[in-house]
Design a protein around this ligand. Sequence first.
Ligand SMILES: [Zn+2]
Length: 263
Amino acid sequence: MPEGHTIHRLARDLNATLGDAPVVAWSPQGRFDSGAAALDGRPLVKAEAWGKYLFCDFGTDQVLHVHLGLIGKFRDRGAPAPPVVGEIRLRLEGPGATWDLSGPTRCELVDPSEQDLITAKLGADPLRHRPDVGSARAKFARTDRAVGAVLLDQSVVAGIGNVYRAEILFLCGIHPARPSRSLTDDEFDQVWAETVRLLRIGMRLGRIITTDPAEVGRPRSRMTNADRLYVYHQEFCRRCGDQLRTLDLGGRPIGFCPTCQPA
Ligand SMILES: [Zn+2]
């Protein structure tokens, strides 16, 4: 599933490539005909991300809301617009870009009040301007749930998925089953700092890379898939060599190192 860095990068790229010119909007697949018609001929005023949710304002009284879910893709096919390939829910054509949306969980027009309802349920987003870190800290401190599960909870921190949560806890040396409430203030600060740092790197590079270039022996730009993570889908700890273990937390498996992340 795309994590928050993907959606923030998407918002940035939509803003950069569609600019202020009127956009041709249509639904090649036909499932979003009326929604696309309401946007057609309008300029994109602003795309913004909140966690894994994307909102695009075209200056009308409703906002385009997109959630990619597990398999959704929103890709720039370049300009001029190439032939449609596959099931495209929405195509946005600007002078310099053609954005094709396929397989989203949500693609709908919502009122600003509905947008507020969606974002009100979301926790602090590390990639937004001035995220509410205090609220995240308070939510961590008041639950006994495993920290590995709390990190996946979008109402606590918005944008972290299964890959980042495992990598963040490894880098902080925190066992994923520890009760969230047991984290010290310093540990929470470290978790938050790693979250911001890693998501920013992911947004900049367009892929999740958590390993230290000095440890791997090459810059991030030249890392292979085998180089870029510490624990997610890995077998042995890159740092101590121990066999990694897996726990089921928050309904999904999380890898960890029993030595570097003691219970
Ligand atoms: Zn280790």
